[in-house]
Design a protein around this ligand. Sequence first.
Ligand code: ATP
Ligand SMILES: Nc1ccn([C@@H]2O[C@H](COP(=O)(O)O)[C@@H](O)[C@H]2O)c(=O)n1
Length: 205
Amino acid sequence: MIIAVDGPAASGKGTIAKALARHYGLPHLDTGLLYRAVGMAVLRSGGDPADEGDAFQACAFDDGLLDDSVLKSEAAGRAASIVSAHPSVRAALLERQRDFARQPGGAVLDGRDIGTVIAPEAQAKLFVTATPAVRAQRRFDELVRMGLAVTYAHVLGDIQARDERDSGRGIAPLKQADDAVLLDTSDLGVAAAVAAAIVLVERTR
Ligand SMILES: Nc1ncnc2c1ncn2[C@@H]1O[C@H](COP(=O)(O)OP(=O)(O)OP(=O)(O)O)[C@@H](O)[C@H]1O
Ligand SMILES: Nc1ccn([C@@H]2O[C@H](COP(=O)(O)O)[C@@H](O)[C@H]2O)c(=O)n1
């Protein structure tokens, strides 16, 4: 079974995708990490994430970067959302994600275009969302726990800018697939959100 979990930044889709993977015994891929790695590789090479040539070159990043906690930073998230609008970057990362989705037995993937582009054939599709204020608070708390000096206002601004870029881009924009089920976690804690996700997967698969 392929389970596609899409949604905006800090909506909790990664938390839900990981829990679904555990519940169904499936491998999980956080596809945002791939774009974060490209964004961070551009920054480290002194390139410009907005330059398609620089971003495409960075797609040959070393896989060791995927385990680096620097990918959790706001700078990596911002760079990721800029490089992800380049068609050549999306093309370079496409097969890796499709191969992961189509492995025998299935998989859980979370991102922005899993249900629409990477695995439109997925048996279960969730679109996880929450209000920008709730998402900003969750991300702010997470960054503070990591010991980073951030303000709530800055995190909220970053999330709003990312929402706009991700939904407004010309290629594979963030949007709910026609056959995806909406899960709004604004008023749900982690356990309740995961339980709701399992019910929805059981209902749709
Ligand atoms: N339902 C929830 N209630 C409270 N906190 C939550 C909930 N879901 C996730 N969180 C917390 O919110 C933060 C963001 O969650 P998560 O990383 O799962 O979001 P995401 O959508 O995958 O983010 P990103 O788009 O940046 O990859 C984490 O600190 C997580 O523990
Ligand atoms: N399937 C995807 C996944 C991510 N992106 C872009 O990467 C940015 C970072 O993703 P996170 O899930 O780690 O927040 C995100 O803002 C998107 O721009 C994507 O385009 N497609």
